[in-house]
Design a protein around this ligand. Structure first.
Ligand SMILES: [Mg+2]
Length: 325
């Protein structure tokens, strides 16, 4: 396995994406604490994204409205505009692509790129070029953090460590010092369950985790993911295996006024969500082997699934279209 001696990867994550897109699109929100909420009648829901100004006042994502108001009484609550965020995403990606090819779009506000040899000696300048282009052509209110490192995992961690508005370079020659300043839970792939497991086995720091052996991490994780993480944290260039995606799913919380005794609104929402999921599947070249619908009700939940409608796909697995046709 190759261990790059230079910066080869870039990871970019927009800061408070939904909230900053709102501030860019609606001038009266600029410089003010903004919380994006799922719908206008928001009192019983939570903040799904907040602006930098709101974060400075102690508001966090997925905080209840009541708690957000307690910490920041003048917070401006804005109902989400998914179409606006999608259009902003497309515009931002096209501006970034004018500076550097995008290797993979990870989510609506995260992406990763390979750094070309010409940029490897001066990654900060590349980061500045991307930020300058976005400020110039999209607007100065949507900020991003960029991380550079030998591989994608480290670049993602560098990106997070540099937030907000970061341009963080973790050069292979300086590793692993920047990692040692972080905690186990700062590693993407170490959730609270895995963190507890590591702590129970006496691995209480990133330094201790780095000192294990790849096979040991494989055993801790129970699969090859742990071993891959060991190599990634040690700066090796890992070829990511093809996506292990098993399903396309969308969910929606119904606004209170549509939570009626009939299923009219739930049915309309389910239809819309199915259309969205199907559109994404078609774009990625998949057929469906199974269709499932989950409803969470006030007092319980309901779930049904339809098996594949083609006998050739009865296993329930999703396969690329070219394999089944
Ligand atoms: Mg983000």
């Amino acid at each position: 396995m190759r261990r790059p001696a230079q910066i080869e990867r870039l990871y970019l994550d927009f800061d408070g994406f939904f909230a900053s897109v709102e501030q860019q699109a609606r001038p009266h929100l600029r410089g003010r604490p903004v919380g994006v909420v799922p719908f206008a009648e928001a009192e019983r829901t939570c903040v799904i994204a907040c602006s930098r100004e709101a974060k400075l006042r102690g508001v966090k994502n997925v905080m209840t409205i009541a708690e957000a108001r307690a910490r920041c009484p003048d917070i401006l609550l804005v109902p989400q505009s998914p179409d606006l965020y999608r259009r902003a995403h497309n515009a931002l990606i096209s501006e970034i692509t004018a500076v550097i090819p995008v290797d993979a779009v990870k989510s609506i506000d995260e992406l990763t790129c390979r750094v070309a040899p010409a940029d490897r000696d001066a990654p900060e300048a590349l980061g500045q070029r991307i930020k300058a282009r976005l400020a110039e052509n999209i607007g100065p209110h949507i900020l991003c953090s960029i991380g550079f490192a030998a591989n994608r995992q480290l670049a993602k961690m560098a990106c997070k460590a540099g937030k907000p508005n970061g341009n963080m370079v973790w050069h292979p020659k300086d590793m692993p010092a920047p990692l040692l300043r972080l905690e186990l839970k700062d590693i993407p792939g170490v959730g609270s369950h895995m963190e507890q497991k590591l702590l129970r086995t006496g691995i209480t720091s990133i330094e201790a985790l780095l000192a294990t052996q790849p096979k040991h991490m494989r055993k801790l994780w129970g699969n090859v993911t742990g071993e891959r993480l060991w190599y990634a944290l040690h700066g090796y260039d890992l070829q990511t295996p093809p996506s292990g995606r098993g399903m396309y799913g969308h969910g929606r919380v119904l606004p209170p006024s549509t939570r009626t005794r009939t299923l009219e609104h739930a049915r309309a929402a389910a239809r819309l969500l199915l259309t969205k999921a199907a559109r994404r599947m078609r774009r990625d070249g998949w057929n469906a082997g199974r269709l499932a619908l989950w409803l969470e009700l006030r007092d319980g939940a309901w779930q049904r699934a339809l098996a594949a409608w083609s006998p050739r796909r009865s296993s329930g697995a999703l396969r690329p279209r070219d394999l089944v046709e």
